[in-house]
Design a protein around this ligand. Structure first.
Ligand code: ADP
Ligand code: MG
Length: 252
């Protein structure tokens, strides 16, 4: 049995009221395993970001429970949640979200600085060299390419050795070469550095780097695949799309 790094237990999230009500999550239960690279896929608006934000303690579900490393987030006070986000969770955003006035190194060390902690020098070196960032450490984000900025954001997410890293469309703003570098790094950090990563993507190429692909539709988990290749993911997405359009029936 694999250890569970994070868990969604019957998560519901609704926005708005009455006619304007949107069910972003409609009963999501899911175990995310330690030491795996998991992809969450689904059409735009299917609830991927909402699920990730609820699991990463960036948002609260309407009902249900999110658990990270055995801790039930609904039971934690704000100060403990802040500490958990800082010490136990890494996050990589589509838009990089670096601080423009800080150098790459200062950005990478920001979560540790805020926690008044020093980096583990060996781990810092390993992350920096794996991401090939050493020649860029003194550069500001505006002096870096998109791919380099996202590698800085990956280093920032990993530098505290979090229990789990959440990445929301991390390659969505990158050209295919930079995207491949970031995905290679995420894969490598699972295989060789022992990290746990959950990535939202709608790109079958990105999801084909993962150990497990979970499909969301209309705020529910509808399916999953183990170690699929790009063709299997594409076929699966076409199938889900056809079902959503009513072109094929349930048992087909
Ligand atoms: P995805 O990441 O899969 O594109 P989201 O989780 O962002 O989907 O959104 C799921 C649904 O919830 C969508 O219908 C979206 O419009 C709605 N939604 C997300 N955030 C908000 C919000 N802050 N207010 C109202 N509706 C929202
Ligand atoms: Mg999203």
């Amino acid at each position: 049995m694999r250890d569970i790094a994070a868990q969604a237990i019957d998560l519901h999230k609704t926005y708005g009221k009455g006619d304007a009500e949107v069910r972003a999550l409609d009963g999501v239960s899911l175990d995310l395993y330690a030491g795996q690279f998991t992809a969450i896929m689904g059409p735009s608006g299917s609830g991927k970001s909402t699920l990730m934000h609820c699991l990463a303690a960036l948002d609260k579900p309407t009902t249900g429970e999110a658990v990270v490393n055995g801790r039930r987030l609904s039971k934690l006070r704000d100060r403990r949640l802040t500490a958990l986000r800082r010490d136990n969770i890494g996050f990589v955003f589509q838009a990089f979200n670096l601080v423009p006035t800080l150098t790459a190194q200062e950005n990478i060390l920001l979560p540790l600085s805020l926690a008044r902690k020093r980096p583990d020098p060996e781990w810092f070196d390993k992350v920096i060299d794996t991401l090939d960032l050493r020649p860029r450490l003194e550069h500001k984000p505006s002096e870096l390419s998109g791919g380099q900025q996202q590698r800085v954001a990956c280093a920032r997410a990993l530098v505290s050795k979090p229990d789990i890293v959440f990445a929301d469309e991390p390659t969505g703003n990158l050209d295919s070469t930079s995207a491949a570098q970031v995905l290679d790094f995420l894969r490598h950090s699972v295989d060789d550095l022992g990290q746990t990563i959950v990535m939202v993507s709608h790109d079958p190429v990105a999801a084909s780097y993962c150990d497990r692909v979970i499909f969301l539709a209309d705020g529910r988990v509808v399916d999953e695949l183990a170690r699929p290749n790009r063709e299997q993911i594409l076929a699966h997405m076409a199938d889900l799309q056809a079902r959503a359009m009513g072109l094929i029936g349930e048992g087909a």
